[in-house]
Design a protein around this ligand. Structure first.
Ligand SMILES: C[S@@+](CC[C@H](N)C(=O)[O-])C[C@H]1O[C@@H](n2cnc3c(N)ncnc32)[C@H](O)[C@@H]1O
Length: 344
């Protein structure tokens, strides 16, 4: 499937999602002919297209969203063997590559979060602006946002909204959800948005009151922070020496995980207290962006979604990968499986 034949010109083409910071991401990836790259978040394929625009490159693209992979079929056909599409979570990157007979790659790019297609499709339940089922799952399986809203305790709901939505009104919203669900199940986006709007007053010029609640539930339902932490670990294992890692994040918690991971991995690992005789492990990454790159005014003017984008890039060293990720990278949160089990 992934032959190295010269890539046809596949740049351009229709895509509803406007790729953010794509030029900067390509510059940091240092896309070169003959290189093999992972696009960990295929979406509408904007990044994959940009990589394939360099002749002789190959891309393995991953997305957990079945419809994103299905819509990429036309691009894969145009790319004539240079693009493999895989419906999977990027936390499984190592096993995905193994299944394709690939041990290492030249670069990996993550463009995190949701795509415009996901937000714009009412039936997916991501948007409080569109009436639809309260779903929010990027992949088709696992508990939905409605399940979490129905089953989580008031305390767990408040923790989810406070941590992942950074919402100062988290406790009041959690209380209102629990009161409302005792009257009738909350199964639609509008129903939830209306409950939040009763707690948080709409102020002119401010974001919609339900923005933070929807963002928190989406991140929780899809375990986006856990996925990111495991995805970074996988990237460390499969990047070649001098291979490039590029991450575009849209949420401060995601960006903090990337920043802290790279800070930790770019320092030698101190010997453990229990085995002081073992030499310090060398750094596995060299950070290339001292500060995160952001979109310029031309890009944010054309695409408001670019405003919150933060790009970080790093280069893999030749040191052996470390096996663990500091638990402190992830915020303390209730476990989704536990919520489903406890209140089943
Ligand atoms: C912001 S969009 C990517 C847009 C893409 N770069 C483009 O130019 O069209 C993010 C995509 O990543 C996917 N995604 C998010 N988390 C994922 C994960 N853990 N594993 C695989 N795909 C994921 C989403 O389904 C979505 O399609």
């Amino acid at each position: 499937m992934m032959t190295g034949s010269g890539s046809p010109a596949v740049a351009g083409g229709p895509a509803r999602h406007i790729p953010v910071l794509a030029h900067r991401a390509m510059a940091w990836l240092v896309v070169h002919p003959g290189g093999l790259y992972v696009d960990a978040t295929f979406g509408a394929g904007g990044y994959s297209r940009a990589i394939l625009a360099t002749a002789g490159t190959r891309v393995l693209a991953v997305d957990r969203d079945r419809s994103a992979i299905a819509q990429g079929a036309a691009l894969a056909e145009t790319a004539r063997g240079s693009l493999a599409l895989v419906e999977e979570r990027f936390s499984h990157l190592e096993s995905i590559l193994q299944r394709h007979g690939i041990l290492t790659v030249d670069g990996i790019v993550f463009d995190l979060g949701v795509s415009s297609m996901q937000l714009d499709e009412a039936a997916r339940g991501f948007s409080f602006r569109l009436e639809g089922p309260l779903d929010m799952r990027m992949g088709g399986n696992g508990p939905s946002a409605a399940d979490v809203v129905a089953r989580a305790s008031e305390r767990d709901l408040a923790a989810i909204l406070a941590v992942l939505g950074e919402d100062p009104k988290a406790r009041g919203i959690a209380r209102a959800i629990v009161t409302a669900r005792d009257r009738r199940p909350i199964v639609t986006t509008r129903a939830l948005a209306d409950i939040v709007a009763q707690v948080v007053r709409m102020r002119p010029g401010a974001i919609h009151p339900a923005t933070r609640t929807f963002q928190a539930l989406r991140i929780f339902v899809n375990d986006e922070l856990g996925e990111l932490a495991r995805g970074l670990l996988a990237a460390e294992r499969v990047l070649k020496p001098a291979g490039r890692l590029v991450v575009v994040a849209f949420h401060s918690l995601e960006d903090r995980i990337v920043k802290n991971f790279l800070a930790e991995r770019s320092r030698p690992q101190a010997p453990s207290r229990h085995r002081p005789q073992v030499a310090a492990a060398p750094a596995t990454f060299r950070v290339l962006t001292r500060r995160p790159e952001t979109a310029d005014s031309a890009e944010t003017g054309a695409n408001p979604r670019a405003r919150s984008a933060r790009l970080r890039a790093a280069e893999r060293t030749d040191a052996a990968p470390r096996s663990t990720i500091a638990a402190a990278l992830l915020p303390a949160l209730p476990a989704l499986a536990e919520i489903m089990r406890k209140n089943a």
